[in-house]
Design a protein around this ligand. Structure first.
Ligand code: ZN
Length: 675
């Protein structure tokens, strides 16, 4: 299965993302699958008994690299011939009885494991791969027959029996009801009784560790690691963390819906969350911070994403809510500073999106490239932060629990999500959600004037038109300290009188970065990420010929596009610019164009340094200055992990120090009343 597969994968991927059917009260399809996989031979043999409910016609889809041995409908051989379409076999089944049963037997050879993958190559992966080091058969690759009606994949419950050679272990999402070893083969049976979005199958040379825990509603939960042998020493810590995360979210949201949870290692740098399991790269699992950050995020996806299904037709709310209740919640728990830094990071990312390149949240469906990630994760997480501030934590948490209670295993759009919060808040949240979901870009606010009056401080705020409805945090500063106030701005220009506790000398806008808005230039110090998000970013390579290759490789990894080349003698003006090359030549280039030299944070340190600056036009420039082409080559791998930074020092391919230029919230003096 080589080239046609690619097309199939793309087609099925689009189909899965965009066209899920709305869950009917009864699960529309049940699948009973028996699959034998031999990873060394890369061979698969499958049998499926499929029950389809509802009398309408439907299509049966299977990856077209497979050979079909048997295909029957209600006990008789299928008379329709499959069409080959986009790398898929497609059998159109006309309308008929209310309940129909199909049986398919097929076999084929899977693709080899792709080595040397980057994390971003694994996103949206639909290839069916087999290898003794790890096999991965995503549902989107149609490794078993998928049922599609009116262009929409039907949700299905399933039972899967998986047979592997001894020494291999494998799993699919769901309850493992049996596992037996006989005759050099190991067979495991799984059941998933909920309407599912598809069966992803994983196998590898795993050592399995297990502990049991109890769910909030008293059920026994099996917590497992399916780890490559080299990860065995980490299993106990991972299992303890999973138990803690499950307890945290059961308490916060409601009972965990499955009977097990597994952390599964992958030979490729994946980061997937499926129902009841997460599939993370071996190298990822070794990173010390994964247990305290990503693991909790993946566990929470059992509620949001794999418990309540986002309806992609209206945009994906589940990444933002998961980011808010995992990554952000952990930052908040750690310290107020850490939480503030995360909010500022989101606002900075969002503000770095060039006007016009942004799309509304309703268009965000998955993580495909830089902009959609910034929009999907950060903007949605900020939306939930503002919602919690508006409703109060208690009401917000009641909304979260209601969403879980009402929408389990159902496709859920933003409207249903809003309804859950409205029911608890007893308040119409229509305009709040509409403006954040349907408008692209961000509000831009200006602090226009502040004047002392007998009643307090009169503050004039302005924003663009049409106006957003915003709860704006303001801070009054004076000799007696600071006072925080909040005003509801819903006009292009409004003046508010803020009662002051004492004399106030300054007014500061959103000092704590709690409002979703476009940051001003001074507030948003340049970071490497800004170059990635702007398709106009150009590349200049300076230094001897040996720098060209590593510089171009690095640029390809840092940016989402192929950059135009910027000539060295052209005065930088309004084009975002990535300058990569030899330290001495970069210093000369900066001096020739009247730009400041390397700042003390990076000057003379390490063997590669990166720093950013902003041109008078507002365009960002990022410089990567190396001591040698070899040092630059060693920076290609680590550097893209630091896109959120304004400066970075690397030595022998390792980050030594880093930072973000300080941000400053807009502030104006309070004028004395003219009398
Ligand atoms: Zn996620």
């Amino acid at each position: 299965m080589s080239s046609p597969l690619r097309f199939a994968l793309v087609l099925v991927a689009c189909l899965l993302v965009a066209r899920f059917a709305h869950a009917a009260p009864a699960v529309p399809v049940s699948q009973d699958i028996a699959v034998e996989l031999d990873p060394a031979a890369r061979s698969l043999h499958g049998e499926a008994e499929i029950t389809v409910r509802g009398s309408g016609g439907f299509d049966l889809l299977l990856e077209d690299g497979f050979t079909v041995e048997t295909a029957t409908l209600d006990g008789r051989p299928l008379t329709v011939r499959p069409r080959r379409e986009g790398g898929l076999l497609r059998w159109p089944i006309p309308s008929g009885d209310e309940i129909r049963s199909l049986r398919l037997v097929w076999h084929g050879t899977l693709e080899p494991l792709a080595r040397g993958m980057e994390h971003r190559d694994t996103l949206g992966q639909r290839r069916l791969t087999a290898d003794p080091e790890g096999s991965f058969l995503p549902a989107g690759g149609a490794w078993y027959p998928l049922v599609v009606r009116a262009g929409e994949l039907l949700l299905h419950d399933y039972r899967v029996t998986l047979t592997l050679p001894a020494g291999q272990r494998g799993l699919v999402a769901g309850t493992r009801v049996a596992e037996t070893e006989a005759g050099g083969r190991i067979t495991a049976r799984f059941e998933f009784p909920h309407p599912s979005e598809g069966v992803d199958l994983i196998a590898g040379p795993y050592r399995v560790d297990e502990i049991t825990a109890r769910s909030a509603d008293g059920r026994e939960l099996a917590l497992r690691t399916y780890f490559h042998p080299e990860l065995a020493p980490l299993a106990a810590d991972y299992l303890a963390s999973v138990r803690d995360y499950l307890a945290l979210y059961e308490d916060w949201i409601g009972s965990y819906p499955f009977s097990s949870f597994s952390v599964v290692s992958s030979p490729t740098p994946t980061g997937f969350g499926m129902p009841s399991l997460t599939y993370l790269g071996v190298e990822v699992l070794k990173l010390p911070f994964i247990r305290t950050t990503s693991l909790g995020h993946e566990v929470l996806h059992n509620w949001w994403g794999n418990g309540v299904y986002p309806d992609y037709g209206s945009g994906n709310w589940s990444e933002g809510l998961t980011t808010f209740m995992a990554d952000y919640a952990y930052a908040e728990r750690e310290s107020a500073d850490k939480a503030r830094a995360m909010r500022l990071g989101w606002l900075r990312d969002l503000s770095g999106i060039p006007p016009g390149a942004d799309r509304p949240l309703t268009a965000f469906t998955s993580r495909s490239h830089g902009i959609s990630q910034a929009v999907g994760y950060s903007k949605t997480a900020m939306l939930f932060l503002m919602l919690r501030e508006r409703l109060g934590t208690e009401t917000f948490d009641r909304g979260v629990r209601r969403l879980w209670r009402d929408r389990q295993f159902r496709l859920t759009g933003w409207d249903e999500l809003r309804a859950a919060f409205e029911a608890e808040a007893k308040e119409d949240l229509g305009s709040f959600f509409t403006q954040w979901l349907t408008r692209a870009g961000l509000p831009e606010l200006t602090l226009e004037a502040a004047r002392a009056t007998p009643e307090g401080v009169a503050v004039t705020l302005a924003q663009g038109s049409p106006a957003y409805e915003l709860d704006v945090p303001l801070q009054l500063g004076g000799p007696g300290g600071t006072t925080n106030r909040r005003v509801r701005l819903d006009q292009p220009r409004q003046t508010f009188v803020l009662p002051a506790d004492g004399p106030a000398h300054t007014v500061t806008l959103d000092p704590d970065s709690r409002l979703l808005r476009r940051l001003g230039r001074d507030e948003a110090p340049p970071i490497l990420r800004e170059l990635q998000l702007d398709r106009a970013s150009a590349l200049l390579v300076v230094g001897e010929a040996g720098y060209t290759e590593p510089a171009e490789k690095l640029a390809a990894r840092l940016l989402d596009h192929v950059p135009a080349a910027q000539p060295a003698d052209t005065m930088p003006s309004d084009t975002p610019l990535l300058v990569i090359g030899a330290q001495a030549e970069i210093a000369g280039w900066l001096a020739r164009h009247g730009l400041p030299p390397a700042p003390p944070e990076v000057a003379g340190r390490g063997d590669v340094r990166m720093w950013t600056l902003r041109l008078a036009s507002g365009a960002p420039v990022a410089l990567v200055a190396a001591d040698s082409p070899a040092a630059l080559a060693a920076a290609i791998r680590p550097l893209p992990h630091y896109r959120q930074q304004s400066w970075l020092v690397l030595e022998a391919g390792k980050a030594r120090d880093r930072g973000v230029w300080p941000a400053k919230a807009p502030s104006i003096p309070v004028a004395r009343s003219p009398g």
